[in-house]
Design a protein around this ligand. Structure first.
Ligand SMILES: Cc1cc2nc3c(=O)[nH]c(=O)nc-3n(C[C@H](O)[C@H](O)[C@H](O)COP(=O)(O)O)c2cc1C
Length: 218
């Protein structure tokens, strides 16, 4: 698959077939993802491949209440239905995201991505705002992995709602103290056709010339 095609069409997959995913395919995606950059090339990423049915159910049980709290509605399907006429695209996304949350245990493979905290170079830690640089040593790897999975024809959903449940996730999966949970990725064969185009902003809405806000001429 051409790199740009993968970048333009690696959507969040929220409905999966039950087909198994071989370790060989996962290792191939991981083997390519590992060439991601990281501060000082410390490569602090760790990945746990979870297939065990009980563990997947336990992860669903941790995810679901946090998903409902995030949406701010115990009945998310109802919230989606209420939005259907005013914002159908958002309503559809909410419906799918809710279906994903409720059926998380059925997603064939769960990848829990962690990072060794000692390997993060957090250069903005002293700024009087929330730090974002720590993530820069793990999320390029996560994006590489998403693209690798896409190149293998696999669907994937990256979420971060399990991060606040890190203590429970770490206990469940025997993750050591020094590793932080960074992301959860549900992986499997996509149940729906791949979309032809993803909804994204135009380049000229976010890229500027010389000074912020100055149009970038082509
Ligand atoms: C940091 C992050 C957190 C996300 N969390 C969730 C989530 O909790 N639930 C969910 O269904 N999708 C989640 N997503 C997926 C986004 O909703 C998705 O990338 C966005 O809507 C664009 O969708 P598309 O790639 O299918 O076009 C998350 C994505 C990112 C990057």
């Amino acid at each position: 698959m051409d790199l740009y095609d993968a970048m333009r069409c690696a959507p969040t997959t929220r409905r999966f077939k039950a087909d198994p995913v071989s370790t060989e395919v996962l290792v191939r995606a991981l083997d390519n993802a590992r060439f991601a950059p990281s501060g000082g090339n410390r490569q602090g990423w760790r990945v746990i491949v979870v297939r065990d049915a009980q563990s997947r159910a336990a992860l669903r049980d941790l995810y679901l209440p946090r998903w409902r709290a995030y949406i701010g509605h115990a009945d998310v399907a109802r919230a989606a239905a209420d939005l259907a006429s005013s914002d159908p695209a958002r309503a559809r996304m909410l419906e799918r995201a809710n279906e994903y949350a409720e059926h998380l245990h059925e997603v064939p493979v769960h990848l829990v991505v962690g990072v060794r905290l000692g390997d993060l170079a957090v250069t903005d830690a002293q700024l009087p705002r929330q730090s974002i640089v720590g993530g820069a040593s793990i999320y390029p790897f996560v994006q590489n992995l998403l693209l690798g999975l896409r190149a293998e024809g696999l669907g994937a959903a990256m979420t971060t709602l399990l991060v606040p449940a890190e203590a429970e996730v770490k206990e469940l999966l025997a993750i050591p103290e020094e590793i932080a949970v960074a992301a959860h990725i549900g992986v499997g064969r996509r149940a729906d056709p791949w979309p032809r185009a993803l909804a994204r902003k135009d380049v000229f809405e976010f890229a500027f010339s010389e000074r912020y806000g100055e149009p970038l001429a082509q």
